[in-house]
Design a protein around this ligand. Structure first.
Ligand code: ATP
Ligand code: MG
Length: 112
């Protein structure tokens, strides 16, 4: 099992969500995150306020999935999340030891 953590632009969320739904991924955890990427420290002006260029709210999607579905999900996020401009975000793939569905105790691939 794997966990995919994808930090994406807020304004790509609808497109990414639809791309994931198209390949059958309808479940994920979503959280708003802030951070810095490579351009840390460079400032930009957006709607009259000055921000460090990467310090913009983004969304992190966390998806638990079986090993064989990882590549398809990553490709879908790459395609749907990309604008080609700096700050498109990051995808991280992690090994997961165990997933347990609380309702019925199902584990591993049965639980995702
Ligand atoms: N090495 C990292 N470790 C942890 N979080 C990161 C890292 N790089 C980027 N992030 C997170 O991802 C967000 C978006 O990163 P961003 O897309 O700017 O990455 P980047 O490596 O700077 O690529 P780009 O050159 O396309 O901007 C950052 O605001 C930060 O929250
Ligand atoms: Mg960046």
């Amino acid at each position: 099992m794997k966990k995919i953590e994808a930090i994406i632009r807020l304004n790509r969320f609808d497109i990414v969500r639809d791309a994931l739904a198209d390949i059958g991924v309808k479940f994920f955890t979503l959280q708003e995150v802030k951070g810095f990427g490579l351009q840390r420290g460079k400032q930009m002006v957006y709607r009259g306020s000055v921000y460090d260029s990467d310090y913009i709210a983004r969304l992190q999607l966390n998806i638990l999935t079986t090993d064989e579905k990882v590549n398809g999900i990553v490709d879908a996020i790459l395609e749907s999340g990309r604008t080609g401009e700096i700050g498109d975000g990051k995808i991280v793939v992690l090994d997961v030891n165990q997933v347990i569905r609380i309702r019925n105790g199902e584990t591993a691939d049965h639980a995702v």
